[in-house]
Design a protein. Structure first.
Length: 281
């Protein structure tokens, strides 16, 4: 009888082990292979094409900024300013939806994706830095062009004023350096996680939900996203003496490094190492 119980116990353990392998390892392997394939495809894109795609992404992310400024202008004076800033989370995801579904090249959305092939030994760190450099440059150019365009047009359509742009920009940079840095790491972490989650689903509606959920958290928390922040701070720099060009450059440097650490290290490295650990024989 005892022998039979032991056999049953071993059988149960085997079933549980098989179930765990099917439910986690295979799923992780599938997601990781998709992320790695996506990263490899990005590495294969020529410099001109990826730069143009990044410029488009910089323009598209501007629609999040446009809606943030419009919401602030519309609600200003009707409720507490802190409440208005929290409500940004309702419109903040729009630009990200346009970028992710449209497959434009956004720096923070690609940090973990591009890091995986490097960690796997398929690409070098120099190749990674080349693509990151082109994408960041394109994103910044696109964002600056959008800021110049919307800053000229919006007041004439009574959407918001240049004072609104200044208010948004000052709110973004009005933190200690260490706070900006840690906040940027969180934003990069969430964006890297977003890409990981999106590669685990196929439905467009589910992807839109995930984009709204993750970027909504970034908007609600006020975490610092380098590419959206580029537009926010540059807009304030254009129309105010409060923010200097050095302030703008300092913010960009901190936000970009923080986003890169959050996406490439916290998500890319950790997720890859977890996968490796699960597959050690």
């Amino acid at each position: 009888m005892k022998s039979k119980d032991k056999d049953q116990e071993k059988h149960q353990e085997k079933l549980e082990k098989t179930s765990e392998e099917i439910g986690s390892v295979d799923e992780n392997r599938d997601i990781l292979s998709r992320v790695m394939h996506e990263g490899e495809e990005i590495f294969k894109i020529n410099n001109k094409a990826i730069t143009l795609s990044a410029i488009i992404a910089g323009l598209e992310i501007g629609f999040s900024y446009f809606l943030i400024c419009s919401l602030n202008y519309l609600l200003s004076g009707t409720m507490a300013e802190n409440t208005i800033f929290k409500l940004f989370s309702l419109v903040y995801p729009v630009g990200f939806v346009l970028i992710v579904l449209g497959k434009s090249a956004l720096f923070t959305e690609q940090t973990s994706v591009l890091a995986i092939p490097v960690l796997n030994g398929q690409r070098t760190i120099w190749e990674l830095l080349r693509v990151w450099g082109l994408v960041i440059l394109g994103n910044l150019i696109g964002g600056i062009l959008f800021t110049l365009f919307i800053g000229l047009l919006a007041p004439h359509l009574n959407l918001f004023t240049q004072e609104t742009m200044v208010k948004i920009g000052i709110h973004v940079v009005n933190y200690d350096t260490w706070v900006l840095f840690l906040s940027a790491i969180v934003a990069g972490w969430l964006m890297g996680l977003l890409n990981w989650l999106i590669n685990g689903v196929k439905s467009s509606l589910t992807r839109i939900f995930l984009i709204f959920m993750i970027t909504g958290v970034i908007g609600f928390g006020g975490f610092h996203h380098s590419i959206v922040g580029n537009i926010e701070v540059f807009g304030a720099f254009l129309h105010s003496n409060t923010i200097t060009f050095l302030d703008y450059l300092a913010f960009l440097s901190i936000a970009i490094v923080g986003n890169a650490i959050g996406g490439a290290v916290v998500v890319g490295l950790f997720k890859y190492r977890i996968f490796e650990s699960n597959n050690i024989k």
